[in-house]
Ligand binder design. Sequence first.
Ligand SMILES: NC(=O)c1ccc[n+]([C@@H]2O[C@H](COP(=O)([O-])OP(=O)(O)OC[C@H]3O[C@@H](n4cnc5c(N)ncnc54)[C@H](OP(=O)(O)O)[C@@H]3O)[C@@H](O)[C@H]2O)c1
Length: 290
Amino acid sequence: MKPSEARIVLTGATGGIGRETAAAFIAAGSSVLLVGRSAAQLSALSRSIQSTAVGGAGRIAWQVADLGDATQMDELVGVAAEWRCNVLVHAAGVPCFGAFETADAETMRRVIDINLLAPMRLTQALLPHLRAQVRAQVICLGSALGRIGLPGFSIYSASKFGLRGFTEALRRELAGSGVRIQYVGPRSTRTSFNSAAVEAYNASTGTAMDSPNRVAQALLRSLHDETAERFIGFPERLAVRINGAVPTLLDGSFDKHRRSVPPPPTQGTLPTERDQPGIRPSINSSGATR
Ligand SMILES: NC(=O)c1ccc[n+]([C@@H]2O[C@H](COP(=O)([O-])OP(=O)(O)OC[C@H]3O[C@@H](n4cnc5c(N)ncnc54)[C@H](OP(=O)(O)O)[C@@H]3O)[C@@H](O)[C@H]2O)c1
């Protein structure tokens, strides 16, 4: 839809990508309800965007909501409906990087909860309202890692593959309604989302990082042209296509990535009876994983 017709609810508004996206939407004439967990940050962001807004800029408001809290989610749904939201942008998310063996169950639960279940719940709760609009859009900010599974990102990829699957299925389910469901998949982006360990991984694997503004502009384009799926950057866009068509074709391409994941503390010790066939690390003479 035209940005000037959009009344957007933007989760993750206080994040590195969210801030740039909020500013880009407002500058394009959209009205935006910023959602985050910190009232102080939301209020400061709102003031800062308003102070630079020029003629034609949209309206701005904010709402505190922890998306892991059912009561706060319910309040957000009420506020979003009052705001007459016709576009929902899911940009909140949490990172997860490291050898799978080192992750605890609580981390897995939190990543799936915030990256996958929260957007699903919020979309479902707002769907009756969105259906009542002449036209509405739900844009899920996923990741290239929602199409390509990389060593070190098994849990994060599970959440973003899930989000992409949700987006694809719901888009098909709602085809013919006025509600368009979209997915935008950035590659690595320079925000505090990425730890020093991820930056080191990116450096050693030659993975490019984009500015958050590039992602914001892609989200703005997706709002306007309603593209079903948009991935950002080359060669990631090509890898996404190949991996989508024949995933195993790329299996041999990630040795450097595998070696760049900090090893679990037990790696290199003799296998125990708890080790599963097929996932036991093989150690070469230099101690590196093959
Ligand atoms: N940066 C990258 O390399 C990259 C690449 C591809 C995709 N993405 C995706 O892009 C999105 C934004 O990433 P970013 O780089 O902007 O990350 P970020 O700077 O860490 O921002 C994350 C945002 O999510 C919010 N959030 C986290 N947990 C929340 C919760 N329980 N309830 C409500 N909000 C919560 C944060 O709110 P608080 O300010 O309250 O913490 C913050 O606004 C994420 O979905 C991420 O998966 C990022």
